[in-house]
Each structure stands twice: as structure tokens, then as C-alpha cells.
Write a protein that binds this ligand. Structure first.
Ligand code: ARG
Length: 478
């Protein structure tokens, strides 16, 4: 399928009549896009067939020409699938390569295919078809990723871990709850992609070079055949804007950013200094010099590739910003960033769906970390407030209790009832608000259980969130 470097000498340029000298080999290579736009061959053929059928229905093309085109395109599809199609750099792009081959196979019918069409509306159509398929694939992969996230979250709906702010132990959460945060992020990512798909699903064909065409074309029927919801309403806009590609790259950059954050956490969690998880060996590599190392290469690369996807977004925005209407050759530069973005996202999601299942949680380490940060201090304050103390006074009272715990070298949740009373003795009217139930409120399990409102970390709430997410995704329990 790789395009060949040297065009055969007999391959004439499509516009050669006007030109008195050939372009240099360097210019040929510089202006060619076939190396990368050959990825859109299937879409190009589909678009051409829909266009040809419409031309025949409208009496612009004969039935015989249509039959020849269909036969030729079937053969070309086979050649491409079988890897025998000869891609020529001299024929610049996927569109001219296929048209040249068609003409070689079926003669004049091949030359008539381009009636009422330009490469400008052709390429705009091909990219939209290609991107639509890529988005559909990405949506399926997000779903697979989310399904494994939910399975892991369910296994750890009761597993306490420290929740952090500023990377300092803040309050207890469950590992399941923590994972569900990423479910929500990717749920919005999927929404964004669906929205982008809806806006891109409009047909440019019929816009021709920029101003439309004089033939009695029927754009709606082409749109219907190609699965577009409607036709682009302005010919200049149809051939020139690539906002749909920019929207896609923006949505992809956010998706990658979310996966990069998760990667950062996985890397941190598996550092021996933290030790919350281990990651299956198939996602890690060793060091060529330090035999003791196990490096989280895959999440590190996800973090790294996010930089590249973010860069593609900026590349496309910059590509677009100074282009006058309508089509300019600048637009040929839209493809590599777009293809690379989609391919990077697809590979990343594929790997991630598997990698989530490869996380081995170490609940004891999580609990040990939790027992070092007075993570239930807020729970003691809430307890005192519920007994009638103003929140600011409660805050001060808890600070004293924490100081006592520190002096004893204990976590706040390990103080017994007498120690707690004693710590609060000097504050008027506080110690007598304590009764034995404070110990339950101060425990990690008590702290988790108490946050049972929608969006909270209580194990029951986490389980309900998982059930709801599964119902929405249409996936079953693990
Ligand atoms: N390869 C071109 C692209 O990707 C196709 C359109 C060329 N149109 C033109 N007027 N030169 O944009």
C-alpha cells in the first residue's frame, strides 16, 4: 500500500496544457500528499461512486459510463486491499491517483467522473467521511475503557485511600470513587465527540471548486447515500473551512489530557515511595543498566503523546487563522495532524482498556497512608457543628485535637475517647459535646459512610453510581 517514490514518465499532469515546464522533483515531493492521504482511499471511492450515481440519475452521465465507473472502482478497491495498487507521487494525491487508474481501466467514463465536481469539494467530503468513521471507532473504545474502569471501581467500592488536595492527604475516599472521577471525565469526552460528529456530518459535494456548478445536480440524494444528515449550505464555506477537524482535535486533546492525568496518578501510585498499586509487567519495561527497576513506560508515553496531540490542535488552528475564502492549498496540511491525532487516541484507548485491568491494588498501603494524615479531621469538626458548635470554633477545637495526636505520634482517628476529651478540655463548652459515638464518626469507615449524597464517596453511593453508569453505557455487571 506504500506509495512509490518515482512516477512513471508517461504519467501526464492533469493541468499540463497550460504549463510550459514541468515541476522539479523537489516541488513534486513538496506538494504531494499521496503518502498520507492514501489513507482516505476507501472514502474517496465511496464518495466518487455516490457522485457518479447521482450524475447518472440526473442524466448527466450515461448508464454505460456509470457501469464502467462502478466496475473500475471495484477493481481499484481490490487492488488497494490486495496491496497491488501502484501509488504515484507524480499524481500528487489520493484523488488523482485513483482517477488516473480508473481512466486507465475504463477509458472515457473515468474522465467523465469529475463532471460537476472539484478536488476541493471531493477532499472536504473524504475527510469528513474518514473522520466520522474514526469518531465512531473512538466512541466504541471509550466505552470499552469505561467498562473496565467500572469493573475496577466495583472491586474497590469499599477500598479506602487518601483523597488528596495539593498532593497532601485531605480526606478519605474509596479507590472506586476515585476511578469514577475518570468515568465522568471520559463521559464528557464522548459527549463532545458526538457533538462534533453531528456538526461534521454535512455534505460538501456540490460546492465544486468554490461557487457550485452549472449541472442540474441533486445534492440531497448524494448526502443520503453517504449517510450525511444534510448538505453544506454555502459552497465557499463547504470547501474551505476545517473547523470540524479543529473541533475533533480539541475534543481529542481533552480526552488525552484526562488520560494523561490518570497516567500521572498511575505513575505516582506505583512509585515505591507511594506503593498504592502495582502495574502488570506487560505495561512496564526494565532498565538496561539498573536491574532492580520496573518502569511504567506505557502511562509515561500516554502523558508524552498528549503533548503531541495538543500540538496538533494548535497546528490546525494556526493553519486556518489567516486563510482567505475559499480553498487554499494550505488545507492539505490538515491531514497529518488529524490522522495522527485520531491514530494516537485510538491506540491509547486500546491500550488503556487493557491496562486498567492490569492494576493490582495494594489496600494495605492505601490504608497506611490514610492513617498518617489526620484525614478525618473534617469529620470531627462536622461532628461538633452538628452538636451546636459554630464551624469556626469547631475548626479551632479540631486543631487542638490534632496537636494532641501529633504529640502522641498517633493519627487523629486513633485517639481514644478520654484523650479526645482531654485535648478539648481547655475550650469552654466543647468537651461536654462529645459522646462515645464520636469515635465512629472519626473512623475511616464512618467518614466514608457519612458521605452518601449523590456524588459522594460512601461505598453504597459508589455502587449506585456504577450501576447507573453501566445502565447508561448498556454494559452488564462484571
Ligand atoms: N490534496 C489536496 C488537499 O488535500 C486536494 C485538493 C486540491 N485542490 C486544489 N485546488 N489544488 O487539499
Amino acid at each position: 500500500m506504500a506509495p512509490t517514490q518515482t512516477p512513471p514518465p508517461e504519467s501526464p499532469k492533469t493541468w499540463s496544457g497550460l504549463f510550459s515546464e514541468p515541476v522539479s522533483d523537489l516541488v513534486k515531493r513538496y506538494t504531494a500528499s499521496v503518502f498520507f492521504d492514501c489513507r482516505m482511499a476507501a472514502q474517496d471511492i465511496r464518495g466518487s461512486l455516490a457522485h457518479a450515481r447521482m450524475l447518472a440519475r440526473q442524466g448527466i452521465l450515461s448508464e454505460k459510463d456509470l457501469a464502467d465507473i462502478e466496475r473500475g472502482m471495484a477493481r481499484i478497491s481490490d487492488e488497494i486491499a490486495g496491496g497491488t495498487f501502484q501509488w504515484n507521487l507524480g499524481d500528487e494525491d489520493v484523488h488523482l491517483n485513483i482517477e488516473k487508474r480508473l481512466t486507465a481501466l475504463v477509458g472515457d467514463a473515468g474522465k467523465r467522473l469529475h463532471t460537476g465536481r472539484s478536488r476541493n469539494d471531493q477532499v472536504a467530503t473524504d475527510i469528513r467521511l474518514w473522520l466520522r468513521e474514526a469518531i465512531d471507532q473512538i466512541l466504541e473504545l471509550i466505552k470499552a475503557f469505561q467498562a473496565s474502569l467500572l469493573d475496577m471501581a466495583e472491586r474497590h467500592a469499599d477500598t479506602p485511600m487518601p483523597g488528596f488536595t495539593h498532593l497532601q492527604v485531605a480526606q478519605p475516599v474509596t479507590f472506586g470513587h476515585h476511578l469514577l472521577a475518570y468515568f465522568e471525565m471520559t463521559r464528557r469526552d464522548a459527549e463532545r465527540l458526538k457533538d462534533c460528529r453531528r456538526r461534521l456530518n454535512r455534505l460538501p459535494l456540490g460546492a465544486a471548486a468554490l461557487a457550485g456548478t452549472t449541472y442540474p445536480i441533486d445534492r440531497e440524494s448524494v448526502a443520503a447515500e453517504l449517510g450525511f444528515d444534510e448538505v453544506c449550505r454555502n459552497s465557499l464555506d463547504a470547501v474551505s473551512d476545517r473547523d470540524f477537524a479543529i473541533e475533533f482535535c480539541a475534543a481529542a486533546a481533552l480526552l488525552m489530557t484526562h488520560l494523561s492525568r490518570l497516567s500521572e496518578e498511575i505513575i505516582l501510585w506505583m512509585s515505591p515511595r507511594v506503593g498504592f498499586i502495582d502495574l502488570a509487567d506487560r505495561f512496564c519495561t526494565g532498565s538496561s543498566i539498573m536491574p532492580q527497576k520496573k518502569n511504567p513506560d506505557v502511562p509515561e508515553l500516554v502523558r508524552g503523546k498528549t503533548g503531541r496531540v495538543n500540538g496538533h490542535l494548535v497546528a490546525l488552528l494556526t493553519l486556518m487563522k489567516a486563510q482567505p475564502l475559499a480553498y487554499n492549498k494550505d488545507n492539505q496540511e490538515d491531514k497529518e495532524p488529524l490522522f495522527d491525532t485520531a491514530e494516537t487516541v485510538i491506540d491509547t484507548l486500546r491500550i488503556y482498556a487493557d491496562m486498567i485491568g492490569g492494576i493490582q491494588v495494594k489496600p494495605d498501603s492505601m490504608r497506611a497512608a490514610l492513617a498518617q494524615g489526620h484525614a478525618t479531621a473534617t469529620d470531627l469538626a462536622d461532628y461538633l457543628v452538628k452538636k451546636g458548635l459554630p464551624f469556626r470554633d469547631a475548626h479551632e477545637a479540631v486543631a487542638r485535637a490534632v496537636r494532641t495526636a501529633e504529640e502522641r505520634g498517633l493519627d487523629l482517628s486513633r485517639l481514644n475517647f478520654d484523650e479526645l476529651r482531654k485535648a478539648l478540655d481547655e475550650l469552654p463548652g466543647v468537651a461536654e459535646k462529645l459522646s462515645e459515638d464520636v469515635l465512629a464518626a472519626l473512623s475511616i469507615e464512618g467518614s466514608l459512610r457519612a458521605r452518601s449524597h449523590v456524588g459522594g464517596t460512601a461505598p453504597g453511593t459508589v455502587r449506585a453510581a456504577i450501576a447507573r453508569a453501566r445502565a447508561e453505557l448498556g454494559v452488564r455487571d462484571a
